[in-house]
Design a protein around this ligand. Structure first.
Ligand code: NAD
Ligand code: LMR
Length: 325
């Protein structure tokens, strides 16, 4: 197996714990670093000690840092040699909040980590789970480019939208869940989430009249979890599952088996500079950003409507980067 080093930043948090567990189970992982703050609710040491007993090949280590520490000063041993850094570090939203409200606080956390990756593991793929993905990814890519690095290493994680769309289509059609594959394009908030049901065999049998409601259900799924958790967080377990699906796809690509998943990346497949579509991961990370393919009239209309909304959120990220060099 490939023997990769993977770090989960925020690895003791709600997403970080299940994500760390699933990555520790990936046979391509030789070393898994659980990176969190010393003030984390569960100490990173405890999460790593727990995971170190799985009878899997991965060696699991913990790193905990002071909340005021500059990661570029303290995280050298943890990040050096990493092939993949998964970043669920950040604050989740509360009921009534939208993801965009998290930009300043979470982009500050991401910047601290991305700067440390630029210093210690500039060749690693950095997978950003932290919200708002639509703005944090452009912000971090702009900062990464200014530091002279390849922005194709930074990937926004939108896999949970695909996981949700696939589950909902399985519930409606009864098709085997493993046979369903729904590309979800655009971004990761509200109307910018656009599932392409027309591109999947089972989903394309759903009557056109039922598609708008199903589309909305995927867009609102995160908000449903936030409401159900009643102020105590957002999706963690399904996100850990989805993040590991993306993480394992990246590692498979690095190991020489090109693997395709949707992700939000620097893109030229539409007029927008960042966009989620199918991406093939290869030996250097993002290898191919695929065009959108054929869209139904409903999907075409939705794409036109979401473009200005996503543009505004991308601009907010680019503006963050120019304010915080
Ligand atoms: P959480 O509060 O349970 O965990 C976050 C963890 O990050 C905590 O352990 C915290 O100590 C740690 N952390 C904070 N600042 C850090 C820093 N500077 N360095 C290292 N670790 C740090 O939150 P969660 O539920 O795991 O959610 C994390 C983020 O993921 C939120 O922003 C949430 O909105 C986002 N999210 C994204 C998706 C997606 O589809 N992309 C899905 C769900 C949640
Ligand atoms: C999700 O889609 O579950 C995440 O983006 C978390 C959220 O705030 O909804």
């Amino acid at each position: 197996m490939a023997g990769f080093k993977v770090c989960v930043v925020g690895g003791a948090g709600g997403i970080g714990q299940p994500l760390s567990m699933l990555m520790a189970m990936d046979p391509n992982v030789a070393e898994l670093c659980v990176y969190d703050l010393t003030i984390a609710m569960i100490p990173a040491d405890g999460v790593a000690a727990d995971l170190s007993h799985l009878n899997k090949a991965a060696k699991v280590k913990a790193y905990a840092f002071d909340k005021d520490a500059r990661a570029a000063d303290v995280a050298g041993e943890c990040l050096t040699g990493c092939d993949l850094v998964l970043v669920p570090a950040g604050v989740p939203r509360k009921p009534g909040q939208d993801r965009a409200a998290l930009l300043d606080i979470n982009a500050g956390i991401a910047k601290n980590i991305v700067e440390a990756c630029a210093k210690f593991c500039p060749e690693a793929v950095i997978a950003l789970i932290v919200n708002p993905v639509n703005s944090v990814v452009p912000a971090m890519c702009e900062l990464w480019k200014k530091a002279g690095h390849d922005p194709c290493k930074i990937v926004g994680v939108t896999t949970l939208d695909c996981v949700r769309a696939e589950k909902f289509v399985h519930e409606i059609t009864g098709a085997p869940v493993g046979d369903i594959s729904i590309p979800v394009i655009g971004g990761h908030a509200g109307t910018t989430i656009l599932p392409l049901f027309s591109q999947d065999k089972a989903a394309s049998t759903i009557p056109a009249a039922d598609v708008p409601e199903l589309d909305k259900k995927v867009q609102n799924a995160g908000t449903v979890v936030v409401a159900a958790k009643a102020g105590k967080g957002s999706a963690t377990l399904s996100m850990g599952f989805a993040g590991a699906r993306l993480g394992s796809a990246v590692l498979a690509g690095l190991a020489g088996t090109p693997t395709t998943e949707c992700a939000y990346v620097a893109s030229n497949v539409t007029e927008l500079p960042y966009f989620a579509s199918k991406v093939t991961f290869g030996e250097k990370g993002v290898e191919t950003v695929h065009p959108l393919g054929d869209l139904s009239p409903h999907e075409q209309g939705r794409l036109e409507a979401l473009t200005p909304v996503l543009k505004e959120e991308i601009d907010a990220g680019i503006e963050y980067a120019s304010r915080n060099q």
